[in-house]
Design a protein around this ligand. Structure first.
Ligand SMILES: Cc1cc2nc3c(=O)[nH]c(=O)nc-3n(C[C@H](O)[C@H](O)[C@H](O)COP(=O)(O)OP(=O)(O)OC[C@H]3O[C@@H](n4cnc5c(N)ncnc54)[C@H](O)[C@@H]3O)c2cc1C
Length: 419
């Protein structure tokens, strides 16, 4: 026999549980399906196991999307304060770590528990683990062929997230069903992801693996194709964004660069583009070097190491400058100024990203032009909704992606219609 629901939600992650719980508590008969054996793995591993569940300073400017205004309505209707109020009602304790990023005091399990309880309070029908083999539209209903039999629902919510971490079961399911129903997709790509370099090019820096420091970082966009800017028609079609600069930590790895600065910029970087890195964003390096020139027999590397990690200072001078043993007093002012200029504007061209295996999110997704911003319902496909990361709305690092998942899930959960 075919089970019949008001709504079927595919994907029991952050956005799907939010949508299902809210709709069910409004009296809808809701089925929540997920192919995974364990609930909400991405919430579990997020924030190093403590889940950076929101950012108190969330604004639409913290998101990338072909339509930067799309997220406005859902974010306004469900704010970080609203989510805090929800978890506090369930007794979850939290703290602010850095730049508005909020984490659980204990573990991310407590966030999963809140969402599970909210779903149970509404009587959500769990179907998990349960693979969905096919989706069809018949006589005004969405019909799902699943590993647990057939299921009919008047409304279908696609909430299977993005393709980051496929080794944990991430798929492009929402995108392929959206395509099946004629919705356009903004090209998906790995985002919040380390960047890698040609092995030959990276050899001088490979020994720096593990070195971290705060830097300023931006995409050096002047190298880009003038036909492919954020404002050009081709650029808009591809989801280009005017790239902001970030001042965050950078981490050298064996293959390239990682750390928050690189993860942030990776969402804006496109193949072929160069990065401009300021390796001393707070202190003018020329002042520092010139100050030590007078009255010192110190090696340049020693002077540089007062402002930098020592390994970076030694490697930079030996490899990049050929100045390994030079004493600061022996360098001309011009040499020191040139050295400082290169430190403030290090240009380098990644060959690619470390891919979905290492990415925190997928950017791109279902084109926001296809969706109503208040409900996340497909404009041309009544009853079909897309929420969370599967939508072309991608947050910066720092709790913004979960805030989008909560807000879009809530918008959908409130909008789903009862029988
Ligand atoms: C390592 C890591 C750390 C992160 N840390 C943070 C953080 O601290 N703060 C933050 O804001 N964001 C973080 N993120 C991003 C955040 O986890 C996601 O943006 C968010 O979970 C997206 O919510 P979602 O509901 O759209 O998708 P998800 O939470 O990914 O849920 C999707 C669900 O769909 C299921 N599914 C997938 N394919 C299918 C299918 N074919 N059939 C059935 N079910 C399917 C999955 O099993 C999953 O349960 C992190 C991501 C990663 C990978």
């Amino acid at each position: 026999m075919t089970a019949v629901y008001d709504a079927a939600v595919i994907g029991a992650g952050a956005a799907g549980m939010m949508a299902a719980g809210v709709a069910a508590q409004r009296g809808l008969r809701v089925a929540l399906l997920d192919h995974a054996a364990r609930l909400a793995e991405k919430i579990r591993i997020s924030g190093g196991g403590r889940c950076n569940f929101t950012n108190i300073g969330t604004t639409p400017a913290n998101f990338l999307s072909r339509n930067p205004d799309f997220c406005r309505s859902a974010l306004r209707a469900y704010t970080p304060r609203d989510f805090i109020e929800l978890i506090e009602r369930h007794g979850v304790r939290w703290h602010e770590k850095h730049r508005g990023q909020l984490f659980c005091d204990d573990s991310s399990e407590s966030i999963i528990e809140v969402l599970r309880r909210e779903c149970d309070a509404g009587g959500v029908h769990w179907r998990m683990p349960c693979a969905v083999r096919a989706v069809a539209f018949e006589d005004g209903d969405y019909v799902l062929d699943t590993a647990q039999g057939r299921l009919r629902a008047r409304q279908l919510v696609l909430a299977t997230g993005g393709m980051a971490i496929p080794q944990m079961g991430a798929t492009d399911f929402s995108l392929s069903v959206a395509r099946q129903f004629g919705l356009r997709i903004v090209e998906p790509r790995p985002a919040l992801v380390p960047l890698v370099f040609d092995a030959q090019q990276w050899r001088p820096f490979a020994a720096l693996a593990g070195v971290a420091l705060e830097v300023g970082m931006r995409v050096a966009r002047e190298a880009a194709d003038p036909e492919d800017t954020p404002a050009s028609p081709a650029g808009r079609r591809r989801g280009r964004h005017a790239a902001p600069g970030f001042v965050e930590d950078l981490l050298f790895t064996h293959r390239g660069l990682s750390g928050p600065a690189v993860l942030q910029i990776s969402s804006y970087w496109r193949p072929g583009e160069a990065l401009a890195v300021d390796l001393s964003p707070h202190e003018p390096m020329a002042d520092h070097l010139l100050r030590h020139k007078h009255g010192g027999r110190q090696r340049l590397a020693t002077v540089l190491a007062q402002a930098w990690p020592r390994r970076l200072a030694e490697c930079w001078l030996a490899q990049a400058e050929g100045l390994g043993e030079r004493r600061v007093a022996d360098a001309s002012d011009r040499d020191l100024r040139n050295l400082a200029a290169r430190i403030h504007d290090w240009r380098l061209r990644p060959t690619g990203t470390a891919g979905y295996k290492k990415a925190e999110v997928m950017s791109g997704g279902v084109d926001t032009d296809e969706l109503d911003q208040r409900s996340l319902q497909a404009r041309r496909r009544p009853g079909l909704y897309v929420v969370g990361e599967a939508v072309d709305v991608t947050g910066w690092l720092g709790g913004y992606n979960f805030q989008w998942a909560w807000a879009s899930g809530m918008a959908c959960g409130r909008a789903l219609a009862a029988a």
